[in-house]
Design a protein around this ligand. Structure first.
Ligand SMILES: Nc1ncnc2c1ncn2[C@@H]1O[C@H](COP(=O)(O)OP(=O)(O)O)[C@@H](O)[C@H]1O
Ligand SMILES: [Mg+2]
Length: 160
């Protein structure tokens, strides 16, 4: 299952649509090289969820909590790029937040799977010649059984 994202705005808009699909307790694992658009997608998600603070690529902080401004789930944004491994991810003590939050882990493949049996795996791939990104998605676990993620995230031309 793939979707094409022609530019950064399209990736932001996809983040908005992702927000309406997610609920408290959900885990999203974001994969893709440097500059693939993981943080851009998470920024759109944060906007869509209505959380406080702009989602950025933190230089020193590995995990940041964005509280909801609209009575919804908070967004826990983890950038695991500098994390040494699963032990350090455990040190972040994320488990406590997972139930109440939508958790997004950039660079989480191979690390974040242990956090939850249910997770949405999103992979961004950049076309070196253009701004276009390809998004592949896979829902893992009972939470995502029977959900057509691609249909939910596809741009139908309606309000994002
Ligand atoms: N289709 C696209 N989707 C997302 N970002 C894009 C796209 N086209 C260009 N860009 C640019 O690529 C960069 C992606 O950066 P970022 O989201 O921080 O990536 P990552 O978190 O994966 O390292 C941004 O400067 C963004 O404006
Ligand atoms: Mg990033």
């Amino acid at each position: 299952m793939s979707l094409l994202l022609p530019d950064a705005e399209a990736t932001m808009a996809l983040g908005h649509r992702l927000a309406s699909l997610l609920r408290a307790g959900d885990l999203v694992v974001l994969t893709g090289g440097l500059g693939a658009g993981k943080t851009t997608l998470t920024r759109g998600l944060g906007e869509g969820l209505g959380v406080r603070g702009a989602v950025t690529s933190p230089t020193f902080v590995i995990s940041r909590v964005h509280p909801s401004l609209v009575g919804g789930p908070e967004l826990v944004h983890v950038d695991a790029y500098r994390l040494g491994g699963t032990a350090e991810l455990d040190d972040l003590d994320l488990d406590a937040d997972l139930e109440a939050a939508v958790t997004v882990v950039e660079w989480g493949a191979g690390l974040a799977e242990g956090l939850a049996d249910d997770r949405l795996e999103l992979t961004l791939a950049a076309d070196p010649e253009t701004e276009e990104r390809r998004l592949d998605m896979r829902g893992v676990g009972p939470r995502w059984e029977g959900t057509d993620v691609e249909a939910a995230l596809r741009d139908t031309g309606g309000a994002a």
